[in-house]
Ligand binder design. Structure first.
Ligand code: NAP
Length: 546
């Protein structure tokens, strides 16, 4: 390796993370002819689909809309087993992609990045891993994900528990044996709600500890038939166009309702809600009435419909009422789409603990103490979510231009341009980061971002630029958009992880892109109107006042 004081680098593009986004970023970099390397903290590829290997983990976006769209052959050859694939199949798919496109030799696993420091003299980044390795790269693509730092509940005594305790986001590779065990699940977001129906089939006792009820609706999964596979292959181009069109705000293929709630009579609306109840996955949001998320009366009526569904499924009326949300409308928090969730509460070995009525006192060696009493457990499942959006980026020792320390700079909330670049972080991209995705299908958002990064790096090479940094004005314009549109976002409940509310001490700042894919494309399009991207390719640090 050459001296670290000159302009030479070990690789042109260094990708951090080998999840859905990192694999795609690596592929695009290699395909474009850059030298590239991926550092992955885990022992294998897969990212969120490697770590969240808990029983019943699966997509709730349709498999073929979540997978990669860059290769027609890949799309046609990988025959997803179900509309909503399970974690083992997803992990197999991601490994298949890595091998098929010969990416594995560019990936180093077991390499957790602990420091990433901008080197002004070398116009590059100096990266160090926990294993003591160092790398220098011209460009860094930090595909570290928004859901990669598990959040554990703040309950006294967690470390005293002598049974097994596992977070859904850091699940062990060896399968856990739940047969005959007493199990506590803390949390009823998509992870907790997915795991309950499956564990309760085999465990002796399962208690779900719920703080806030969610509007959980059925996933409505189905096997993918040969006919559907043939249809998908034949319609690849059209599917890609639908999913990636900048006008598609969610990146799904669900048919729109085509009308407002006020276009129908009350009877027609009830019939429509029955139809929506049977819609697959996010179709309950994206195929619902146009005004479902903007018209409070319409949403309240749909909530009343859902509440009656809960009452009709759950045999015990007290449990049913505890499961019905009273603090947020449908869609205001990210709703789980799960088969047999409410039905699980009719099993004799399942009970619901309402933490609003009987809060935690502590965890001890044998189980959990609430104000209601003590229960013994063999296993505690922490389905308590993640330090969403900023968790990984602020723990990676990122220091940008002029000593900008990301962990302190973002103490009051992240500030960025387009959700994946930031002023004073030259040559550093973080697709899938805060303000990156809006409500919808994550890989479609991150594909937009990675495609843009790849095009930008190719443009830089062609134009002879070796430095990219959005200006303070670019960042301010994006952040104004975020702050202006956040109250209008569908995920507007301020007590959700999309506002950082689940992590004690985290600032309550909106962490999604409330303008969605249309705004992302609009603002990136404006940036690329000039060859120097509105000054982003100039060495902005030399300009007075920045
Ligand atoms: P989550 O949505 O953040 O839910 C965490 C749950 O833990 C909530 O019920 C929360 O209650 C509870 N909780 C947190 N801290 C607690 C505490 N101190 N005491 C008691 N309860 C506590 O996390 P998640 O379920 O892991 O889902 C996170 C994201 O992952 C989702 O938004 C989704 O994007 C993704 N995901 C997707 C799928 C899928 O189907 N593809 C499956 C799983 C996850 P409160 O609501 O009161 O805060």
């Amino acid at each position: 390796m050459t001296s670290k004081t000159d302009k030479d680098v070990d690789v042109e593009v260094l990708v951090i993370g080998a999840g859905v986004v990192g694999i795609y970023a690596l592929h695009r970099a290699i395909e474009a002819g850059f030298t590239a390397l991926t550092l992955e903290a885990g022992d294998d590829v897969g990212g969120v689909w490697y770590w969240n290997r808990y029983p019943a983990a699966r997509f709730d976006s349709e498999s073929y809309t979540y997978g990669y769209l860059f290769s027609k052959e890949l799309f046609a050859d990988w025959k997803w087993e179900e509309e909503f694939a399970t974690q083992p199949e997803i992990e197999r798919y991601l490994n298949h992609v890595v091998d098929r496109f010969d990416l594995r030799r560019h990936i180093r696993t077991g390499q957790r990045v602990v420091s990433a420091v901008w080197n002004e003299e070398a116009t590059s980044w100096d990266i160090a891993t926990a294993a003591g390795e160092t790398f220098r790269a011209r460009w860094v693509i930090s595909a570290t994900g928004g859901l990669s730092v598990p959040h554990y509940p703040e309950i006294d005594g967690l470390e005293d528990f002598r049974g097994e305790g596992h977070h859904t986001g850091a699940w062990p590779r060896e399968p856990l044996d739940f047969a005959g065990k007493r199990v506590a699940i803390i949390g009823n977001g998509p992870s907790g709600a997915q795991i309950l129906p499956v564990i309760s089939e085999i465990a002796a006792q399962v208690d779900l500890y719920q703080r806030t009820p969610t509007w959980t609706t059925p996933l409505n999964n189905a096997p993918l038939t040969d006919e559907k596979h043939a249809w998908l292959s034949e319609n690849f181009e059209q599917i890609v166009q639908t999913l990636t069109s900048p006008a598609n705000p969610t990146g799904f293929m669900h048919p729109p309702a085509g009308r407002f709630s006020t276009d129908d009579t009350p009877e027609e609306r009830q019939a429509f809600y029955e139809q929506i109840w049977k819609a697959p996955g996010f179709g309950k949001l994206t195929s619902n009435y146009y005004d479902m998320t903007t018209n409070r009366e319409a949403n309240l009526e749909f909530c009343a419909f859902l509440a009656n569904k809960v009452r009709s499924i759950v045999a015990d009326p007290v449990t049913a009422e505890r499961l019905i949300p009273t603090d947020h409308l449908f869609g205001a928090k990210r709703p789980p789409f799960i088969a047999d969730y409410y039905e699980s509460f009719n099993k004799p070995n399942v009970s619901l603990v309402s933490l609003r009525e009987t809060p935690f006192v502590r965890v001890d060696a044998t189980g959990i103490q609430t104000t209601e009493g003590h229960r013994d457990y063999d296993i505690i499942v922490y389905a308590t979510g993640f330090d969403f959006g900023t968790g990984a980026l602020t723990r990676m020792g990122v220091v940008g231009r002029d000593g900008l320390d990301l962990s302190t700079d973002w103490e009051d909330g992240p500030s960025d341009f387009a959700g994946f670049t930031a002023h004073r972080l030259p040559n550093f991209f973080f697709p899938g980061g805060p303000h990156g995705a809006g409500g919808g299908n994550y890989p479609r958002y991150s594909q937009d971002q990675v495609d843009w990064i790849a095009t930008t790096l190719i443009h830089a090479r062609e134009q002879g630029f070796d430095r990219f940094e959005p200006t303070a004005e670019h960042e301010a314009a994006w952040m104004t958009m975020v702050e202006t549109l956040a109250p209008l976002s569908i995920f507007s409940a301020e007590h959700s992880h999309y506002y950082g509310a689940n992590v004690q001490g985290k600032p309550r700042k909106f962490l999604l892109n409330p303008g969605g894919r249309p705004k992302l494309h609009e603002m990136l399009g404006e940036l690329t109107e000039t060859p120097d991207y509105g000054g982003a390719f100039a060495p902005v640090h030399e300009k007075a006042g920045v």
